[in-house]
Write a protein that binds this ligand. Structure first.
Ligand code: NAP
Ligand code: HSE
Length: 340
């Protein structure tokens, strides 16, 4: 049995769920000949109330102590400030990192890309939570030339729109999404479309161009804050519910990105209910592939981070971007009905 020292950064919604799943799955790791041992759990406030399964004796604010003997870092704290410092330090020391932090991946990519190319970064949990998208886009679908991707990538906005369709107010629905652990620490990232844009940037680098610039995605991003309740209900009643759709498509031989509210025909895979996400990939060989499942939530997301830990223990490298830019189609394949 090999002991594997894991440093956990963060014990919030996802981190606490990760600890629960880890403790429930000890035997599965032992079957892989790995005895996972935590070096510590980095938090901001060790005295905060947490679920009973979180080992209180391991909570600390001392990052140095947590990282000292780490062989793997699991980063579930979020943001680009302290998280970036710690992730960059670990990678620089040759320690692989598992992360659910799409913000970091999208905006600090220039620094992180060399490590991703070396297979040291695992980030299934960063896109569509527990619904596998990263591994499939960077693996099974790589035999295709990608033609387009359209996806509902933010669970909070889908949840809010679904609830507004049922007559609830924006504020009420957002509060529910926060209580369920779907929203970002700053929910403006969800409702302004930034979180979906972060995930789209990750996808663009997996399928189209390893250097796809974050700025290009950000500047083509609009969220759901401008939508009126009547507009959301009217669209749903007319059989075209509004969803925040992130798209990667070709135009004039260039890859373009966009995140904006779209009217989706009812029954279309992107007309997702509740917190559900969906991703439609069109490739030249396979045609249309749809991935769908939960897109947010502590347990669903923790399951993906745990899968990355299994992947690492089994000796597989992390998720690498597409090795070189892929030619973009001359024109979009699908016309979507965008809102003004
Ligand atoms: P969260 O509930 O806010 O938890 C963040 C954790 O990190 C907390 O334990 C917090 O400590 C700790 N932390 C934050 N900043 C810190 C700092 N500067 N120093 C030390 N500890 C710090 O967030 P979450 O929802 O679990 O999300 C974690 C990550 O997963 C984010 O990158 C998020 O985007 C991503 N993600 C979340 C979901 C979801 O559904 N929630 C899904 C997919 C991906 P305290 O507990 O002491 O405050
Ligand atoms: N806040 C994010 C969402 C969490 O609602 O989709 C999952 O990445």
């Amino acid at each position: 049995m090999e002991r594997l020292n894991v440093a956990l950064l963060g014990a919030g919604t996802v981190g606490a769920s990760f600890l629960k799943l880890l403790s429930e799955r000890r035997e599965r790791f032992q079957a892989l000949a790995a005895d996972v041992a935590l070096t510590g759990i980095l938090v901001r406030d060790p005295s905060r109330e947490r679920p009973e399964w979180v080992p209180k004796n391991l909570l600390t604010t001392d990052a140095e102590a947590v990282l000292r003997d780490a062989e793997v870092v699991v980063e579930l704290m979020g943001g680009v400030g302290r998280a970036f410092e710690l992730v960059e330090y670990a990678l620089g020391e040759g320690i692989p990192v598992i992360t659910a932090n799409k913000h970091l991946l999208a905006e600090a990519w220039d620094d992180l890309r060399p490590y991703a190319e070396d297979g040291m970064l695992y980030y299934e949990a960063a896109v569509m939570a527990g619904t596998p998208a990263v591994e499939i886009l960077s693996g099974a679908l790589r035999g295709n030339y990608p033609l387009e991707v359209h996806a509902v990538l933010n669970g909070t906005t889908s949840y809010i729109l679904s609830r507004m369709e049922a007559g609830h107010s924006f504020g009420e629905a957002l509060a529910e999404a926060q209580a369920k652990g779907y929203a970002e620490a700053d929910p403006l990232f969800d409702v302004a479309g930034i979180d979906a844009a972060h995930k789209l940037a990750v996808i663009a680098r997996l399928v189209a161009d390893p250097e796809f610039p974050w700025e290009e995605v950000r500047s083509a991003t609009r969220g759901i804050t401008g939508l009126k309740a009547e507009e959301v209900m009217r669209a749903a009643d007319a059989g075209t519910p509004i969803r925040l759709v992130a798209s990667l498509y070709g135009e004039g031989g260039r890859w373009r990105a966009a995140v904006r509210p779209v009217k989706v025909p009812a029954g279309h895979p992107l007309a997702t209910p509740g917190v559900q996400n969906a991703l439609l990939f069109r490739g030249d060989a396979v045609g249309e592939v749809v991935l769908t499942g939960p897109g947010a939530g502590g347990v669903a997301t923790a399951g993906a981070a745990l899968a990355d830990l299994v992947r690492l223990i089994e000796g597989y490298p992390g998720h690498s971007p597409v090795p070189a830019p892929v030619p973009a189609p001359a024109a979009p394949f699908t016309a979507l009905e965008e809102l003004g």
